[in-house]
Every structure is written in C-alpha cells, then in structure tokens.
Design a protein around this ligand. Structure first.
Ligand code: MG
Length: 163
C-alpha cells in the first residue's frame, strides 16, 4: 500500500465558473486559473501522483502548455489515474476536504463523489468529500481564495502471489 497527500489553492474571481469535482455550481465567482481550476481535483491528482512519487500536477500538466488551457480537470484526473495504474496501483480510498467561505457545497457533495467514483472506476463509498469554512479567517475566510487537501491510499495490484 502507498499513501499520497495533495494540496491546492486558487484565487477566487468574479465571473469565473465555479467548477468543483466536476460539478458546476451556480455562483457569481469561481476559482481562477489556466485550466478550469477545479481545486479539489487538482489536490486529488497531486495525492495520486505523490503516492507513487511521480512528481506533481505541474510536471504532468504544466500551465505553460496550451493543451491544458481551460482543461477539464476531471479528464486530467483520468489521465493521472491511468498513469498511476500503469505503475501497478489502484485506488483504495480517497478523502478530500474543500475549504471555502461560500457558496455552501452540501447540496453538491453526492454528485461530486459520484463524478470521481465514475472516472476512477470505484465505489462511491471509497470517495469522501467534506467541505468546511475557516471561520472567516485568512484567505479562504475573506473569500479571496479556495483551498483543498486530498489524501489517497493506493493498493498494489497484480502481485498477490508475492504477498
Ligand atoms: Mg491548481
């Protein structure tokens, strides 16, 4: 088994779409960035890459590369997970925390979990997503940014005979 941890931050900007875990949330501001700036998915990708010591999202999908301009981060997740699987690992479970002051995400969490479970070909029970505020403190508290952390556990596959 291997574990990986990911963390990501983006500024929030008026007029940007608010896409989190592939769900477009009706809102008048959203994360700014080169891709769709899906912060929790970026954290999850970094956790996956980190678990196999494959570097980070910037190495695999650099924001200087026009291929990833406005990229759908769910598709980047699919690519990153395909890479991880090619090294002989599959997802055990993932746990994600999204930190932002607004909007409230409680009505979207189940759809977010389903999106990730679908692309990672796993049960929804293996995908946990939580949202919290930071009590109006710091850059998430004043609404200037959003952050997310993700942790994953990967299981080695295909070597059951050795264990
Ligand atoms: Mg990012």
């Amino acid at each position: 088994m291997r574990v990986g941890l990911g963390y990501d931050v983006h500024k929030l900007k008026t007029g940007r779409k608010c896409i989190l875990c592939g769900v477009e949330i009706p809102n008048d501001f959203g994360p700014d960035g080169h891709s769709d700036a899906d912060v929790p998915i970026h954290a999850l990708i970094d956790a996956l890459l980190g678990a196999v010591a494959l570097g980070d999202i910037g190495k695999h999908f650099p924001d200087t590369d026009s291929r990833w301009k406005d990229a759908n981060s769910i598709e980047l997740l699919e690519k990153a997970y395909t890479l991880v699987k090619s090294f002989g690992y599959s997802l055990g479970n993932a746990d994600i925390t999204i930190v932002l002051e607004a909007p409230r995400l409680s009505g979207y969490i189940e759809l977010m979990r389903s999106n990730i479970a679908l692309v990672m070909n796993t049960e929804v029970d293996n995908i946990s997503i939580k949202a919290t505020t930071e009590e109006k403190l710091g850059f998430t508290g004043d609404g200037s940014g959003i952050s997310a952390t993700a942790i994953v556990l990967l299981n080695a596959v295909g070597n059951l005979q050795k264990s």
